[in-house]
Design a protein around this ligand. Structure first.
Ligand code: NAD
Length: 472
């Protein structure tokens, strides 16, 4: 006899577990199926482990700057990569335990195995039953939920001519399995994953070369920020090759060669390892989508603005649907699905105003429209404040970067905030809240910001919109 649930979630990443926990807190009976480790990509192979490495990388930089702070120590330091890995593993394990505990506390039935949705049959008259093949080899289990949430995520892609072996030619999965630092690496792709790894490996003493097809790094940020990151990277000795299209990669005697085309010139790059960071593709295979009548394309599962798929009562969120691939987006989408299931009024998510963060040195974060244009194409008003004029930045010894605030001239609403510099990824939420509440630059500027803080730079940028920044 199949067990009945209000909601069965397939996929235990941040999209899946956030939805499961919210549903359980709302009083629904919930099961969650995960084929690998609870926590998914972000917790196990993405955001969390890479940010842990980036923190170790920051400590190297801090050590190098120590004498500036009056701490005189022996100049020598050693990077113990094993301990960096151990620290990262401990953080990941602690967070994973935390998610498991939350599932238990909220009485969510957890199944470790492969889940797939079933079509209609004599046993399952309605499509959307979920079959589980447990990882422990025990008998298959069928759950009959009222609703299904698919949150199976995504995996790294490669180029057709670049064969990943996860030893010498790595994806963002394989590079986290690396137990020794290479002497050199070629990074294919100057998107978010490429630049974060470039930043941290450079700090850890690896010779880094980026090869990017576009004419600038991090194409989703404004061109000024892309150029700024390139300049800062080049100052640190990272080689950045733009407008350079990778064609193939080869391994010979433990050394790799990337062959690329720049204009009409062929170039090659040699290094010990290659990281391929050219995007991620949705995990739509082997989860029964065809049988259950859930339509999908190469870009992911088709959903409406409430994440309803083409099959009744089957929803999908996160990297498996064609919205922006960010952990916090997946979490929010799944919470909205629960509201929809509970027949509450749901306001569709405003994807233009999702805050984005890049954890390089310097950090980069943005929200809203940051290319100087309002949504109707008219020029936006801009206020800017540079961290080099901010007291807390001086105290911290981090002077690189600025806050830029963009305001719609017609509505006087702030429509975008871009921050490059210390704690940009934490501070961006002030901009996200302000935009959510339709705040004007006057309202940002009138809000008393504590002194001395980095956040004063946001207030000053707001006041600079009308020429009233005191410290500029
Ligand atoms: P991406 O799409 O951000 O960047 C891939 C880059 O590879 C692009 O700039 C593209 O021009 C380049 N490229 C493609 N083909 C190429 C070729 N033949 N030669 C040279 N360059 C080529 O993808 P990603 O960096 O792999 O990240 C994947 C996803 O993960 C993104 O959606 C990203 O937002 C998400 N992510 C986010 C964060 C964060 O928010 N901090 C961190 C990691 C990943």
């Amino acid at each position: 006899m199949a067990k009945e649930y209000d909601l069965v979630v397939v996929g235990g990443g941040i999209g899946g577990y956030s939805g499961a926990i919210k549903a359980a807190k709302e009083g629904l009976s919930v099961a969650l199926v995960e084929s690998d480790l609870i926590g998914g990509t972000c917790l196990n192979r993405g955001c969390i482990p890479t940010k842990a490495y980036l923190k170790s990388a920051e400590m190297v930089r801090k050590f190098q700057d120590m004498s500036e702070f009056g701490i005189v120590a022996d100049d020598k330091y050693k990077i113990d990569f094993t301990r960096i890995i151990d620290r990262k593993d401990k953080i990941v394990q602690t967070l994973r335990n935390g998610v498991s505990a939350l599932l238990k506390m909220n009485k969510i039935d957890y199944f470790n195995g492969e889940g797939s949705v079933l079509g209609t049959s004599i046993f399952t008259p309605k499509s959307g039953s979920v079959m589980i093949k447990p990882n422990d080899g025990s008998d298959e289990i069928v759950l009959t939920p009222k609703n299904v949430l698919i949150a199976t995520g995504s995996r790294p892609t490669s180029l057709p001519t670049v064969q990943v072996d996860e030893k010498n030619i790595l994806t963002s999965n394989g590079i986290l399995q690396m137990t020794e630092l290479p002497e050199s690496i070629t990074i294919i792709g100057g998107g978010v994953i490429g630049v974060e790894w470039a930043s941290l490996l450079n700090d850890l003493g690896v010779k880094v070369t980026i090869v990017e097809f576009q004419d600038r790094l991090i194409i989703n940020e404004n061109p000024k920020v892309s150029n700024q990151l390139k300049n800062e990277f080049e100052k640190r000795g990272i080689e950045v090759n733009l407008s350079t299209k990778v064609q193939s990669a080869a391994i010979d005697n433990g050394q790799t060669t990337v062959t690329a085309q720049k204009g009409d010139k062929g170039i090659s790059f040699e290094a010990e390892k290659i990281l391929v960071a050219v995007g991620r593709k949705p995990n739509v295979e082997n989860i029964g989508l065809e049988a259950a009548g859930v339509e999908f394309t190469r870009k992911g599962i088709k959903v409406d603005e409430f994440y309803q798929t083409t099959a009744e009562n089957i929803y999908a969120v996160g990297d498996v649907i064609p919205t922006v691939q960010l952990a916090h987006v997946a979490a929010k989408e799944s919470e909205l699905v629960v509201d929809k299931i509970l027949e509450r009024e749901v306001i569709p998510l405003d994807y233009d105003n999702i805050a984005r963060g890049i954890y390089t040195f310097p950090e980069i974060a943005s929200v809203g429209l940051v290319d100087g244009k309002a949504s109707d194409g008219a020029n936006a008003k801009k206020g800017q404040f540079d961290f080099k004029f901010n007291g807390k930045s001086m105290i911290q010894g981090e002077l690189v970067g600025q806050v830029e605030m963009f305001t719609d001239i017609k509505t006087d609403d702030v429509i975008g905030l871009s921050i490059v510099g210390p704690h940009a990824t934490d501070m961006i939420s002030e901009g996200a809240l302000g935009i959510y509440l339709n705040a004007s630059p006057e309202e940002f500027g009138d809000t008393v910001h504590p002194h001395p803080t980095l956040s004063e730079a946001i207030m000053e940028a707001a006041n600079d919109t009308f020429g009233m920044s005191v410290n500029k």
